[in-house]
Ligand binder design. Structure first.
Ligand code: F6R
Length: 336
């Protein structure tokens, strides 16, 4: 990965704004592609992404992006233990930005015992020193969640190489996101306006299929950057349970964001509209957000970029530092 990045790593606004730039810089070099191609020749029976928090998001995005076309199962594990089926024949990506996350390192040890092909990805730390079939070094100095575009681009191309399918042109994707961002303020309000709409309320994000991982990322960004409770729910599953929980009693407490794809099936599109009506008539503040990017992956990345920016705007409104995560750091320190 190229290291010529123009970003102030001490400023979360600058980091989030560098999203398209980071994505562009995450293309894999020839040497890495060759190492990964060797694993393709062994015909993997499955792919697994292992990581926690900000280091788990990219794997979730890649798994969703390739789910419709991959014949091999693709698993995402956010835990220190692994399902029994992940073993020989699998290629496992072990991702920890710091390289020092306990759960991820423990999962790595299980993989090593099971004899899986392993690709490690880190900016340094203990993980970067572990034996692996391939090691992808991330650009240093970012908060892990800020490095999502770098992790995503590299993991996507690595997985595509292993599966023997054409790799995505990340320059093109970055261009798609930049173009889409130019249209914000039209059907999709600008990040600052969305954050203002969320002021004083608990954001809840809902999305179906490829937009559920985006909803989950948005929830995490609101938690860590804006220091607010926030929740994410899979759609349409939430319409079979959670919908009933939004009673008039707590009207005004939530800012509910329904993520809608331009390629939404007719039934789900109708379902989203009806849910918005039901929630609004129970007194809840609800908005439907639609990306303008033309592809499924473009929609995921555009909405992520938008909601990441929204989270730092909300941090400003809440008067908090979006960069520091004192509670998470304290927990890690006490567990050491
Ligand atoms: C911090 C962040 C966290 C970390 C998580 C795991 O910016 O996003 O969610 O990603 O605590 O740490 P790493 O990514 O270093 O394995």
């Amino acid at each position: 990965m190229s290291s010529k990045l123009e970003v102030n790593k001490n400023d979360m606004h600058s980091i989030v704004k560098s999203f398209p730039q980071l994505l562009r810089h995450s293309s894999l070099d020839v040497r890495l592609r060759e190492q990964l191609a060797e694993m393709r020749d062994d015909r993997p029976t499955g792919i697994c992404f292992i990581g926690m928090g900000g280091s788990s998001i990219a794997g979730g995005y890649v798994a969703t992006s390739l789910a419709d076309t991959s014949r091999q199962p693709i698993a995402v594990v956010r835990d220190e233990s692994l399902p029994e089926y992940i073993g020989q024949g699998y290629v496992s990506f072990v991702v920890s930005y710091s390289g020092n996350t306990q759960e991820t390192l423990d999962a790595y040890e299980i993989l090593a015992e099971r004899g899986c092909h392993t690709v490690t990805m880190a900016s340094g730390g203990l993980l970067s020193k572990k034996k692996a079939d391939c090691f992808i070094r991330l650009p240093p100095g970012f908060p892990p969640r800020g490095a999502l575009p770098a992790m995503f681009g590299a993991l996507l191309q690595a997985t595509q190489t292993i599966l023997g399918v054409p790799t995505t042109d990340l320059n093109h994707m970055a261009e798609e996101i930049n173009l889409a961002a130019d249209s914000w303020g039209g059907n999709l309000s600008k990040p600052a306006a969305l954050a203002e709409w969320m002021r004083g309320r608990i954001p809840v994000f809902m999305g179906s299929r490829h937009l559920y991982p985006v909803a989950y990322r948005a929830k995490c960004q609101m938690n860590e950057n804006a220091k607010t409770e926030a929740f994410a729910s899979p759609f349409p599953e939430a319409t079979h349970n959670e919908l009933e929980g939004f009673t008039e009693k707590r009207a005004g407490s939530f800012a509910i964001v329904l993520l809608k794809s331009r390629a939404e099936g007719a039934t789900n599109a109708k379902r989203l509209d009806i849910v918005a009506e039901i929630l609004s008539s129970a007194g809840h503040d609800c908005t439907i957000v639609t990306a303008s990017a033309p592809t499924q992956m473009g929609e995921m990345l555009e909405l992520t970029y938008h909601l990441d920016l929204t989270s730092v705007e909300l941090a400003d409104i809440n008067g908090v530092d979006p960069l520091s995560v004192p509670k998470i750091s304290a927990l890690k320190k006490r567990l050491k």
